[in-house]
Ligand binder design. Structure first.
Ligand code: UDP
Length: 460
């Protein structure tokens, strides 16, 4: 008989999925569970390269890889090709991997599969192999509630069977504690071209349907953040916030090396003074938009820390020279890094606010640290998250776009920074939300209870 349970965890191959699932893995090993963490080959290489010290990885977490059938970086960046290849290639490879592990030694058998909710097929593989299964949602519960609603949206004539919109301006009837969702906020309508939108829609339909195969559905959120969504779908259990500070070991799971020089730079800035600017791992803006942003930040006359990934602009070819000039220009007031230890940054006392693309992880990390947010959503679920931030929790502000250029202008940036930081209201609300979130993971809190029940189940 196996002495400890052996859990297989599989994230979607993107940074915003690998980090929270790695955090979950780190939380689980504290309960003496063994983890096999399955990345695609490319992600696996990146995670290993970015690990500062491989010895710091908890030895109960084994990192392994399977192919996803895509050769080039170009293909991997194309959402349409990525989703197609993931569905076509990975289920068979996952099954082979589990057979190989289970065949090696009775003690090694996989006893539970925890799959990213956006890899619903992994639940089907686990079911077929008679293994218990869990769906993990690294997004707002509201997104899965939207996914569950798709059949009735089709029946009610709001969307066509392929996800294209019929009624564009009819908000969904959701409780007031949920974002007001118009058809144009539907996650799949906010990605790439029409072909990408259709494949994303199909994936959402399929994933929402097979989520029902899961014995547990867990979500990196807190009940009090989204009571409306959790009341509508009580089968989704919030266990968040999962944060690096909760866990053992080091920060495995990042695709880039984290540049900690920004922490000593932050030490030198006055308390509550710095604007932290970061747009997650995928979002890119145009050069003119960055120009506006830089100009706007300069006008605020406040220090800022700006994460500039090497693939940050839409026009990558001229990035190096452009970046050098840009860095020189902002050096007076600002600091730039390619990839920051974001959670440490957000918990630093010098931070005043976070200018963010509103990815769910960034949103959770910001409010868990009591940091108000300036919202620059770009795609997918980021508009729903913005609505939570600005309309429901009221801990941030969105930007108006210029009618003619569609850009956020420098003047708008300066105005919104001044508006957000010119009062204590947003900060106070953010601190209140922080307290609410952090008390949910303390002993007896709602997320902690769910997590304890989940661990009990997983250990039986
Ligand atoms: N992140 C980081 N350093 C950075 C920028 C981002 O560690 O310089 C992390 C961030 O803390 C979060 C993740 O990358 O955990 C980004 O996830 P999110 O859902 O916010 O956005 P996505 O990358 O999925 O668009």
């Amino acid at each position: 008989m196996a002495t400890t349970q052996h859990i297989l965890i599989i994230p979607f191959p993107a940074q915003g999925h690998v980090i929270p699932l790695m955090e979950l893995a780190n939380c689980l090993v504290k309960y003496n569970l063994r983890i096999t963490f399955v990345n695609t080959e490319n992600t696996h290489k990146r995670v290993l390269n970015a690990l500062a010290d491989k010895d710091l990885l908890d030895d109960r977490i084994r990192l392994v890889s399977i192919p996803n059938g895509l050769e080039s970086e170009e293909e991997r960046k194309n959402l349409e090709k990525l989703l197609e290849a993931i569905f076509r290639v990975m289920p068979g490879k996952l099954e082979e991997l589990i057979k190989e592990i289970n065949g090696s030694d009775e003690e090694e058998r996989i006893t539970c599969v925890i799959a990213d909710q956006s890899l619903g097929w992994a639940l089907e593989v686990a079911e077929k192999m008679g293994i218990r299964r869990v769906a993990f949602l690294p997004a707002a519960a509201a997104c899965l509630v939207l996914g569950f609603r798709i059949p009735s949206l089709i029946d009610d004539g709001v969307i066509n069977k392929d996800g294209t919109l019929i009624k564009k301006n009819q908000p969904l009837q959701f409780p007031p504690t949920m974002p007001l969702m118009n058809a144009s906020d539907f996650v799949w309508t906010r990605v790439g071209n029409m072909a990408a939108q259709k494949i994303m829609f199909e994936a959402m339909v399929q994933n929402s349907r097979v989520a029902k195969l899961a014995d547990w559905m867990i979500c990196n959120s807190t009940y009090d953040l989204e009571p409306g969504a959790f009341d509508l779908a009580p089968e989704i259990k919030p266990i968040g916030p999962l944060l690096a500070s909760n866990r053992l070991g080091n920060s495995a799971g990042h695709f880039w090396h984290q540049d900690s020089t920004c922490l000593s730079w932050l030490d030198k800035q006055p308390n509550g003074s710095v604007i932290y600017v970061a747009f997650g791992s995928i979002t890119t803006f145009s050069k003119p938009q960055y120009e506006e942003l830089a100009h706007g930040l300069e006008l605020t006359d406040r220090p800022f820390l700006w994460v500039w990934r090497q693939d940050s602009t839409d026009e990558a070819e001229s990035n190096a020279t452009y970046l050098e000039e840009f860095q020189q220009r902002i050096a007076r007031k600002g600091k730039m890094v390619f990839w920051a230890p974001q959670q440490k940054v957000l918990s630093h006392p010098s931070i005043a606010c976070f200018m963010s693309h509103c990815g769910w992880n960034s949103t959770v990390e910001s409010i868990s640290n009591g940091v108000p947010i300036l919202c620059c959503p770009h795609s997918a679920d980021q508009f729903i998250n913005q609505s939570y931030i600005c309309d429901i929790w009221k801990v941030g502000l969105g930007f108006e776009r210029d009618d003619a250029s569609g850009m956020i202008t420098h003047a708008e940036i300066k105005n919104k920074v001044d508006e957000l930081l010119g009062t204590m209201t947003y900060k106070e609300r953010a601190l209140h939300l922080k307290e609410m979130m952090m008390s949910s993971v303390r002993k007896g809190g709602s997320s902690e209870k769910n997590f304890t029940d989940f661990v009990k189940w997983i250990k039986t």
